[in-house]
Ligand binder design. Structure first.
Ligand code: B3K
Ligand code: ZN
Length: 868
């Protein structure tokens, strides 16, 4: 269902404290097949002195009865329109009661209370609570909740809500009731219930002070064998938050429920986290290495929200990055500690630079703390999450660990149980460190990716090296002129492969840029140094820095910063790809050969060897002109082939060693690195000579885990002949059709085949029995990976790829506005492309003309069409 009423822009500057607060909420759910009755009782008090009417949020609720202080309201005593219930004259303190009917079975938006396969579950963030019952559905109204659930004993044996179980009783008629109470006041967006037929995997965690916490993971019976990794990840997260931030879990029970139909990855409801099955289930047969790491990081992310988000929450949704940016930073540091720190950083930087930079350069660009929105669901973005995490990382870099953790502790103590702002967070950091962060706050206000142009000069006679920096902040929609930001730039200097002493024994220095242009000098150098700049990717900026091929080769070989090494190898790859012939300079091949022969860990070798994604090449090209995706694809394939050819011996060795490995599968950092390197090797070899597809086919049939199986299958499906492609696709489906998550990968592999005929294949697959428009994972696997990760097919010259996406959005947009709106992203950046702009625009225009347009899709389409 769409929101009622015309789309309305909401501005951050218009924030006002609520007119009323709710101390406690009593809810009773009476769940029947086809109808759920929700009874609520709210203890409301006026907040302040104005005599404003009581206005409660509530969307599409079937009112059965409303009462104030025990008296039933007549129909003339309230108005219920456009999602608001208004009662004009109310006392300063009152007990409001409502009985409403809702129909979770018909809720296709997957927001509010809905049904997924064998269970009922809720998703309230950001504004789903109002689809369940009346309330003040805003994050700055915190209440304690008591929740009673009544349902059929056979179909809903498990009844869960937040907090602790208080009682269970027989309700007659084969029904039962369970009552829950959560002692921690919380906003409505953290409320949750689950009712269904679920099985349990349980374990415990003993906190630092010796308290035993019950950990329960609830899944459908068929998935009971897939919970171990999530459980270990949860325990590791709980320990990490104690050790790193001094945060000890605050209840005796922590639940995770796995749900198959879910709009995003997971949700941090207080003590009742609800997860997309794709982010919690794991087993070598159904989960890739990346999948294992994703489960670990999402479990940690949601757990970490218990403090950064739940105990200290957001005052309003403009502050979303307060909880999301900080929590992404926390989970990234956790994953870095659990796996390879350098490789984790490279993966995150690659993602940010490719996807967040593109968002920041497109029509949806917005500050980490947005100034306005129509639909808040559209602002769960890479800017709010990933760039927001970079902003917190920069604070850590500027303050140093000690002051940063003091600032974090001050923040958690001072604002415990409160709903606060990004400024409150920076205030705590500033107070704890004594550092002036006034200019730094611009990172929250200014959209767009800063560009730093760097020039260097070496004076041989005096041994002086000057580095000058010029900072530009390009215009974004609604922000034309922006003052300079406070940017930490970590650097070091190498001479003959050695990091130089920059004074007082320091080998790395963090420079703090604050001006539009500035210069630093280093003297006493015996030779012109090689500059190692933006170490650790110390700020989310684009660097314009010319370095010679020799310098880049030296950085790959000798720098001790994984990001700088990787960036240097990417730059050599970019040059080779842009050059276009597929003839590779020997220094590039030699540099990579030395990497492969050298001591780096396997995962790092794989990163250094891997060519940039087509999306990141496109982003780079978009800086200086229009993007030609077909040309990029061909040029990259040629370079891949030449690399495979040039390194054939080394790659063959890696592959043979990998295929002979007999260790039992483990998602350990070491094994994951070995497999990544082997897969990169096979990819390059196949690009160089298609007879390697025979090896891929062998690997497919011999594989004992999904990572190997999928790497091999993908190669055969993408590059093999029709016979082998069909053979592998059929075999894969026959073997794994009962595993939803594996079938999703089967869709992805077909949707990303880089050829124009994929358009027809994807259209045909939407009719496949295993496809389901109502399941977001299926839609993402088939449609979003086609549009987002297959530029060659999506940008088919006849426009059929755009039409496919346009049709999918038109089909979904009123049933599930959130998914439809997210899916649209690849069409919104039409201005970047050399071809197809008009056809992309036509799709957007036709979506804009729909008469039942959801406000989610409306906002994205409108911003895209009015850009520039
Ligand atoms: N906080 C949720 C995201 C909710 C998205 C609502 N449209 C998951 C997370 O970031 O942890
Ligand atoms: Zn989050």
């Amino acid at each position: 269902m769409m929101r009622e009423g015309a789309p309305k822009t909401i501005y951050r500057k218009d924030y006002e404290a609520p007119d009323f607060l709710i101390d406690s909420v009593d809810l009773a759910f009476d769940i029947f097949d086809g109808r759920t009755r929700v009874s609520s009782k709210l203890d409301i008090k006026r907040n302040g002195t104005n005599q404003a009417p009581l206005v409660l949020d509530g969307e599409s609720l079937g009112i059965v009865c409303l009462k104030i202080d025990g008296r039933t309201l007549g129909a003339d005593e309230y108005r219920y329109t456009n999602g608001k219930l208004t009662i004009d004259k109310v006392p300063d303190q009152l007990c409001f009661e409502a009985e409403v009917d809702i129909t979770p079975e018909e809720n296709t938006s997957l927001e509010g209370l809905y049904r997924s396969r064998t269970m009922y579950c809720t998703q309230c963030e950001a504004e789903g609570y109002r689809k369940i019952t009346f309330g003040l559905d805003r994050p700055d109204v915190l209440s304690t909740y008591t929740v009673s659930l009544t349902a059929d004993k056979d179909t809903c044996p498990v009844l869960l809500s937040n907090g602790n179980e208080v009682s269970r009783s027989d309700a007659g008629d084969n029904r039962h009731t369970v009552v829950w109470h959560d002692p921690h006041p919380k906003p409505s967006y953290l409320f949750a219930i689950v009712a269904g037929d679920l099985e349990l995997v349980s374990d415990t965690f003993t906190t630092v002070s010796g308290k035993t916490v019950d950990l329960r993971i609830w899944v459908e019976a068929k998935d009971i064998g897939y919970c171990e990794h999530a459980m270990t990840s949860l325990q590791a997260s709980m320990r990490w938050d104690e050790e790193r931030y001094g945060l000890e879990y605050d209840l005796d029970l922590f639940n995770i429920v796995a749900v198959d139909d879910f709009n995003m990855g997971a949700m941090e409801n207080k003590s009742l986290n609800i997860f997309n099955t794709s982010c919690v289930l794991a087993h070598p047969d159904i989960t890739t290495d990346l999948g294992y790491q994703r489960v670990e990081s999402v479990v940690a992310h949601e757990y970490f929200h218990n403090f950064s988000g739940n105990r200290v929450t957001c005052r309003d949704w403009f502050q979303l990055s307060l909880k999301e940016g900080f929590t992404v930073y926390r989970d990234a540091e956790f994953s870095a500690d659990m796996n390879s720190r350098g490789v984790k950083r490279i993966e995150d930087v690659a993602f940010l630079r490719t996807h967040q930079f593109a968002e920041d350069a497109g029509p949806m660009a917005h500050p980490v703390r947005p100034d306005s929105f129509i639909e808040i669901s559209n602002f769960y973005t890479m800017t709010v999450y990933e760039k927001g995490a970079e902003v917190v990382r920069m604070l850590n870099t500027l303050l140093g660990d000690e002051a940063f953790y003091r600032g974090a502790s001050l923040y958690f103590e001072r604002f415990d149980g409160m709903a606060v702002t990004c400024d409150d967070f920076v205030d705590a950091m500033q107070e704890a460190s004594g550092k002036d962060l006034s200019q730094f706050r611009r990172w929250y206000e200014q959209a767009g990716t800063p560009v730093i142009a760097v020039e260097t000069k070496f004076d041989e006679a005096s041994g002086t090296f000057d580095i000058s920096f010029a900072q530009r902040n390009p215009p974004t929609p609604g922000q034309d002129n922006k003052p300079p930001l406070h940017i930490p730039v970590a650097m070091s200097l190498l001479v003959d492969g050695k990091h130089q002493d920059l004074g007082e024994g320091e080998k790395e220095r963090v420079m703090e840029l604050t001006e539009a242009s500035e210069t630093v000098s280093f003297s006493g150098l015996s030779k012109k140094p090689v500059l190692s700049l933006l170490r650790g990717f110390s700020a989310p900026v684009r660097l314009e820095l010319e370095q010679s091929r020799d310098d880049l080769v030296a950085l790959i070989g000798f720098d001790d910063d994984p990001y700088v090494r990787w960036d240097a190898s990417q730059r050599l790859a970019f040059e080779a790809i842009d050059e276009g012939t597929g003839l590779l300079a020997p220094d590039y091949i030699d540099a990579l050969r030395r990497v492969l022969d050298g001591p780096s860990e396997a995962a790092m070798k794989a990163q250094l060897l891997a060519l940039p994604t087509e999306a990141s090449i496109a982003d780079r090209h978009s800086q200086s002109g229009l993007v030609d995706v077909h040309k990029i694809h061909e040029a990259k394939q040629r370079v891949a082939g030449a690399l495979g050819e040039g390194l054939r011996e080394e790659l063959t060795q890696i592959l043979n060693k990998g295929m002979a490995a007999s260790e039992a599968y483990a998602p350990s950092a070491a094994q994951i690195g070995d497999r990544a390197l082997m897969h990169t090797a096979l990819n390059l070899l196949v690009a160089s000579d298609s007879t390697w597809l025979n090896t891929a086919r062998e690997m497919y049939f011999a594989a004992t885990n999904l990572s190997d199986r999928l790497c091999a299958a993908r190669l055969v499906v993408h590059y093999g002949d029709d016979v082998h492609r069909e053979e592998v696709l059929q075999h894969f489906f026959d073997r794994w059709q009962s595993e939803n998550l594996v079938v999703n990968q089967w869709f992805v592999m077909q949707a990303t085949r880089p050829t124009m005929s994929t358009v027809a294949d994807v259209i045909a697959l939407t009719e496949h029995a295993a496809f389901d428009w109502r399941n977001p994972n299926k839609v993402r696997s088939l449609i979003s990976s086609f549009a987002g990760a297959n530029p060659v097919a999506f940008h088919s010259t006849d426009g059929s790829g755009y039409a496919l996406l346009g049709d999918a959005v038109r089909r979904l947009q009123s049933d599930n506005p959130q998914i439809a709106s997210r899916m649209l992203a690849p069409l919104t950046r039409f201005k970047r492309y050399a071809h197809g702009q008009e056809m992309m625009r036509a799709q957007l225009t036709s979506i804009a003309a729909l008469d039942n347009l959801s406000q989610d899709v409306f906002e994205v389409v409108q911003r895209s069409l009015s850009d520039g």
